[in-house]
Ligand binder design. Structure first.
Ligand SMILES: Cc1cc2nc3c(=O)[nH]c(=O)nc-3n(C[C@H](O)[C@H](O)[C@H](O)COP(=O)(O)OP(=O)(O)OC[C@H]3O[C@@H](n4cnc5c(N)ncnc54)[C@H](O)[C@@H]3O)c2cc1C
Length: 297
């Protein structure tokens, strides 16, 4: 590892979709699994903390100095598709819209829903991202990881991973996701697949503030209820703290409408939680992950 592999005092704001972030002591964007491995090894040898981010589309980063290294996987984007068998091997940084479009163009069925999720494959596996009952867990065969402590490279089969609603066991393990093997149904109707993918994106942009800076759904839906409905029932649509606003289009979205600070966003999250807890007795658990906050998940 030498200095050209990373930047120092790096502003993370543009590496999150809500455009809020702190300054990382060190920042790197590995282009290969080899470089990714070397960065983690460097942290271990030099006793540096590190955080892994993908597209930052589910992240609130505190506007503070983040000690240690932040590793962004977005440049690890090798994607191999076997159209006849339906086997796909992709690195952690492959974006879901790229994956979704590539699957459709190769006649592979089962990834059309993923078009509207602006995250990486690694982030999607970690978050068990999805829509309705659909998520990548259904198509997963195995995930390759680096054990952040022992530096061992391991391939974990799907049966050994626990996936629940917006949860994967990776959230409790100290593992860096480097790539995944998936299977999608081959020989689909190309035209139909491409059209469904397009329609899914259209639906998303019509029902969510898709083109404004946000991190998608802020809270997980509680059992038998919808976070958006609970927030809307509180009359909170359009409520603002500083530059952070509860979207008038979709109440479970916070948008950054004018240079919001991480404090604005965090306070807005807390106000929503307090109001819903007081009036409905329901604690809304954030879906969004936080860096630089002492948040108890
Ligand atoms: C407009 C919009 C719409 C959205 N719609 C949806 C939706 O329909 N459904 C849905 O589920 N989500 C949705 N999201 C949220 C988000 O896109 C997903 O959670 C996505 O999977 C996050 O991926 P990411 O690469 O951005 O991860 P990041 O936000 O960068 O990181 C999320 C977490 O994953 C960890 N992580 C990321 N990569 C790795 C890796 N390689 N190894 C280990 N840990 C890793 C990070 O440390 C962090 O804790 C939406 C977001 C936006 C902005």
């Amino acid at each position: 590892m030498n200095k050209k592999n990373f930047s120092e005092n790096f502003n993370l704001r543009n590496y999150t979709t809500i455009k809020v972030g702190g300054v990382a002591e060190y920042f790197a964007e590995p282009r290969s699994i080899y470089e990714f491995y070397n960065l983690i090894e460097w942290c271990n040898l030099n006793n540096k903390k590190f955080e892994i981010i993908g597209a930052g589309s589910n992240l609130l980063i505190n506007n503070i100095f983040i000690k240690g290294l932040v590793i962004c996987t977005k440049k690890m984007k090798s994607l191999k598709i076997e159209p006849y068998s339906g086997i796909v091997e992709a690195e952690a940084g492959v974006m879901l819209p790229t994956l979704s479009n590539s699957l459709a163009k190769n006649g592979l069925q089962g990834g059309e829903w993923a078009i509207g999720i602006p995250g990486t494959l690694g982030g999607a596996i970690y978050m068990n991202a999805g829509t309705g009952n659909l998520s990548l867990a259904k198509n997963l065969i195995s995930v390759k990881v680096i054990n952040n402590k022992t530096l061992e490279k391991i391939e974990i089969e799907k049966k050994d991973i626990n996936f629940e609603y917006r949860f994967s066991s990776f959230q409790n393990d100290n593992l860096a996701i480097i790539s995944a093997k998936l299977h999608f149904e081959p020989n689909g109707n190309l035209e139909k697949l491409i059209q469904t993918t397009k329609n899914n994106l259209k639906l998303k942009t019509e029902t969510q503030p898709y083109h404004l800076p946000s991190f998608g759904s802020v809270f997980k839906n509680p059992k038998n209820s919808y976070a958006a409905k609970l927030i809307e029932d509180m009359g909170l649509k359009g409520f603002k703290i500083g530059g952070a606003e509860i979207s008038t289009m979709h109440a479970n979205f916070i948008i950054n409408n004018s240079s919001a600070s991480s404090k604005d966003v965090f306070e807005l999250i807390t106000v929503i939680q307090q109001k819903v807890l007081q009036k409905k007795g329901i604690y809304l658990q954030p879906e969004v992950r936080m860096i630089g906050f002492d948040y108890p998940y």
